[in-house]
Design a protein. Sequence first.
Length: 326
Amino acid sequence: MPSVAVVGASGCVGEAMLELLRESALGEEPPRLFGSARSAGRAVPWKEGFELEIEELNESADLSDIDVALFAASGDVARKWAPWFIDEGVAVVDNSSAFRLEPGVPLVIPEINGELVSSAPAIIANPNCSTILLLLAIAPLRALGPYRVIADTYQAVSGAGRGGLEALERERARGDFQEGNPFPFPIEGNLFPLIGEVGEDGMTSEERKMLDESRKILDWPDLRVHTTCVRVPVERCHSLAVTLVYPKEISRADAAALLQSAKGTTYISDPSRPPLPGPLSRTHSVHVGRLRRTGERVLQLWVVGDQILKGAALNAMQIAELWRSK
């Protein structure tokens, strides 16, 4: 069986991909690991005490034994190297934002639009983490009718990569805030509504991603999504407070039934036991709770999911598994 490649294997998402590969049929053969010249030569634990070595990503790499590559690197790396992998006959599942809005590039959440994955070598884009968590919760509720979305996100520091986790640990231990490494403001004991660059319209790039990507994934060009994205001092799980406004009266019971049967989600019906980001760290499912009808046409819900797993590595793995099954 051909091997899988992981590009960016030394980062948080790359490490999570390796953990998932150990338990997946995709990992039946040891994966090939690629990284920068700085990471090349580093040994990474694999199965049964074996280790894998990170190879430097360059034009001399032989990709003939690889059929699908998981990219967990920056957008610049993806733009440079993903087309080369395709030319070599390797499918690419890219976790960066480089190709998400490119025409003809599928932007995939397998539970929602997995049918877009074809068997040919191609780039398949992994959505933004907050977009994945939001849409897994609200896509089933479209069966009640069209809606307008208001979503406030409470995003874990892992969304900023290993540097975010290290910043939270550093500030908790010593109160040592280092501006720009990676956050513009202290994170311990704090939160701030500024994730990404601010555009001319006042929206941050994170908020813009949630709007544009949701429209593409749901094939709903005029979907309205109003977001405020907030960074909070939580390690791994993103949380979202979501309001859906419908044009007609809707039923809470109907909404609950749809969520109970939805793929990739766990619905918690007890309003006194809401999903919490701490206990749900490292879980695969997206948890939905606090479902309530606050008006004849309004539903509100609370959503929690692991940013590194379903928000990134797990969704990419599911895409790769789907691609190989074609």
